[in-house]
Design a protein around this ligand. Sequence first.
Ligand code: SF4
Length: 198
Amino acid sequence: MDTYVYELGKSLYINLTNRCSNACTFCVRNGHEGYFGNKLWLQKEPAAEDVLGAIDFSKKYEQVVFCGFGEPTERADVLVAVAKELKKRGYTVRVNTNGQGNLINGRDITADLAGCVDYINVSLNACTAEKYQTLCRSRFGERAFEELISFAEKCRDRGIKTNLSVVDVIGAEDVARAQALAKAHDLPLRVRAYIADN
Ligand code: SF4
């Protein structure tokens, strides 16, 4: 049975797809069946109704987070349909993304996200386009890096609380460079500790 939603801590996570425009060297999908005991490889991608049908709306969550075993903006229409329903019911909605949603969909999806998404975390992952591509291997090539920053700026400008993030394993020097880059674009940067799930 496919896992469309799963609880972790005080939040509910939504797993829309296993597709992703990146093939990150560090991706949790590499050699894993799931995350913290939740099997996240999907037999079939869910429709909005499948996801909504899997949520127990009697429960309250700190946040409902689109963040599965793949890139949620690969399914932007389903994401927006589910997020709208969640907002109607008073939930706080977050999207964790690689920031390539506009490239993936071939259009600016940030207008659709505004109004139904409260928070967006865009993984910056590196301090230069070259390093990003070595690490994340985007199918869009090196331009993915510039595009993800532009995506984050658009989200912010539309009123979504937006931050970039890096994982501390890239080293102190690159974290400092990423911090400078984020500052230059007037975006907050979150530095996360690497969490392995073995
Ligand atoms: S962006 Fe996320 S889901 Fe996609 S390959 Fe990288 S770590 Fe995996």
